[in-house]
Design a protein. Structure first.
Length: 87
């Protein structure tokens, strides 16, 4: 759980220092996702998460909470994908 929290803090700090919006980060995550070797199911899960977060932002959700949702969702998708691969 500490890993998730430190990532949230790091992303929020980077947003402030570089003047980025979460939508900028979502786009960068989407681009980076194309370079990673992930199972189809893990990739679909993460893409769906990114779309959901983008929708929530458009409806007025706070960026801090959505950063937490992004980090937790990506970690969960990757962990579940690894668990599926191990059988």
């Amino acid at each position: 759980m500490l890993w998730d929290w430190t990532k949230c803090v790091a992303i929020n700090t980077m947003k402030l220092q570089k003047g980025l919006a979460l939508q900028d980060i979502l786009g960068a995550v989407h681009d980076a996702l194309q370079e990673l070797e992930l199972s189809k199911q893990t990739r679909i899960t993460i893409l769906d998460l990114l779309a959901t977060i983008e929708y929530r932002l458009s409806m007025g959700a706070t960026e801090k909470i959505q950063v937490s949702a992004m980090v937790a969702g990506i970690k969960t998708a990757i962990d579940l994908g690894a668990k599926r691969e191990r059988g």
